[in-house]
Design a protein around this ligand. Structure first.
Ligand code: MD3
Ligand code: FE
Length: 208
């Protein structure tokens, strides 16, 4: 495997918007902080019993959860027993504008899954298959420390392309890209001016 950083592949339905969220960075962070007061970031268990390395929270009509019983969307936070916090308008608005800029004007996210990485944390290659309708894209927003996104194509095995993601970068994963295997290489140590030693990734989904 080589370690070159490629640009995003040219693929119908895939949209790469470097810096799209930068102007809203402070407002997005404040919204994430507010959500995490009610539904704190926590490390979830995989169905196999391992600990995930990123900490997770959610906002919106449902949230993605993982435990010994599997992966699924739940209307209530298992930690609080209460509904997940509403999706702040600044988050929903940014995701809709990004989707519209990439040809998905009808995108209406009902879930925002928030992943928080410390240096060393990673995410193994996987597909996102727990949503009801794969014709809706997923919009991802990267904030804080940079990451190397691993891009595995339509199969788990084979060559992995790499894409550097910086704070403020937005990627819209629609069309064939929607079901591609993907992951995050271990986050390198560093300090982001606003977030410190943290990478945050927000993914907006039409899950229900
Ligand atoms: C490509 N998150 O939450 S974001 C995830 O940076 C997830 O935290 C990573 O994979 C992160 O499921 C990667 C980019 C991303 C998100 C969803 C996708 C890429 C995707 C769904 C389909 C294809
Ligand atoms: Fe994913």
């Amino acid at each position: 495997m080589n370690s070159d950083l490629f640009g995003p592949p040219e693929l119908p339905g895939l949209g790469y918007l470097p810096g799209f969220a930068l102007a809203d960075e402070a407002a997005l962070l404040a919204a994430v902080e507010a959500v995490s007061v009610t539904s704190p970031f926590r490390v979830m268990a995989t169905p196999g019993g391992a600990r995930m390395s990123a900490a997770i929270s959610n906002c919106g009509a449902a949230g993605w959860v993982s435990d010994r019983r599997g992966y699924r969307y739940e209307r209530c936070d298992p930690l609080t027993g209460k509904p997940w916090p509403d999706m702040p308008e600044v988050l929903a608005g940014l995701a809709k504008r990004a989707a519209a800029a990439c040809g998905f004007a009808a995108f209406a996210p009902d879930v925002c899954l928030m992943n928080r990485y410390a240096p060393g944390a990673k995410m193994g290659l996987h597909q996102d298959r727990d949503e009801r309708d794969f014709s809706a894209p997923i919009v991802s927003v990267s904030l804080g420390l940079p990451a190397v996104f691993l891009w595995g194509g339509a199969m788990r095995t084979g060559k992995t392309a790499r894409l550097a993601l910086q704070s403020g970068d937005v990627v819209v994963w629609g069309g064939a890209a929607r079901l591609f295997f993907h992951g995050i290489a271990p986050i390198k140590p560093g300090l982001h001016p606003r977030l410190g030693a943290v990478r945050l990734n927000l993914t907006f989904r039409q899950a229900l």
